[in-house]
Design a protein around this ligand. Sequence first.
Ligand SMILES: Nc1ncnc2c1ncn2[C@@H]1O[C@H](COP(=O)(O)OP(=O)(O)O)[C@@H](O)[C@H]1O
Ligand SMILES: [Mg+2]
Length: 280
Amino acid sequence: MIIVGVDGSVAARAAVEWAANDAFRMRVPLRIVHAVDRSPYQISKHPTPAMPDLLLREGQRILREAEALVRERQPAVEVETRDIEGAPAEVLREQAEDATEVVVGSRGRGGFASALLGSVSMHVAGHVRCPVVVVRGEHRPTYGEVVVGVDDSPECEPALAYAFEQAKLRGSALRVLHAWQVPVHAFAPEASYDMDEVRTAQHQSVSDRLAIFSRDYPAVKLVEDVQSADPMNALTDASERADLLVVGSHGRGALGSMVLGSVSRGVLHHAHCPVAVVRA
Ligand SMILES: Nc1ncnc2c1ncn2[C@@H]1O[C@H](COP(=O)(O)OP(=O)(O)O)[C@@H](O)[C@H]1O
Ligand SMILES: [Mg+2]
């Protein structure tokens, strides 16, 4: 089951469309969730008949609208709605427990107008175990390409698996982007690096890990993109011509941590296309 969180915002609407299309591709049901969050509003927890529960009614309206959108775009998808009391981040985290994936908008109705990423999206992307897809509000053309960022850690294996599956279901090409940087100590005079050797080794390590997947996904057209560049910039650039950017939750250095790595966090803020964060 795919879970999508809605709050009536433009980005949440885009998230619903994205989730409906993915539910169709994956042939799984879709659950639309709205968290009824009373805390910031200081509205009575015990509404009297004289004071109807506006938040509940508004939530119902948001859910109905989202459900109608799914039925219009993907009539074959099995869809249900839930309104649940609680803080949105907590509610979505709980809902995610046995989900295939969670989809949220990059922004909501609250927060700072200038923020690129809302607090709910940030929290969900950082704490949920299943893949989390963060979708932006604006409409974009289809490019026919999925991009996945890989580093040299085993942590990105699940991200690769997710990306291959997405590319296959979409009939898209898959760009495997590995941006590498020579560590600072390499410039120390006593360390002599043969740059050609480093470059060849980087290419080889990407090819090696792709070999296994290529066997299982013979139909997916692969683009191996190994660059000497800053990973966050390289991935953000590639996202301009992609339908989906897939990253691991963290790479080397943050093993076992529940928070996001710096590249994952960076692309969540700056990518031009939907971003899937896949936890190891
Ligand atoms: N009350 C809610 N119920 C369900 N999902 C929500 C709720 N609030 C936010 N979300 C989800 O999180 C996304 C980002 O919202 P949020 O992080 O709250 O941004 P902002 O800070 O701009 O309000 C929304 O597009 C929606 O998918
Ligand atoms: Mg919000």
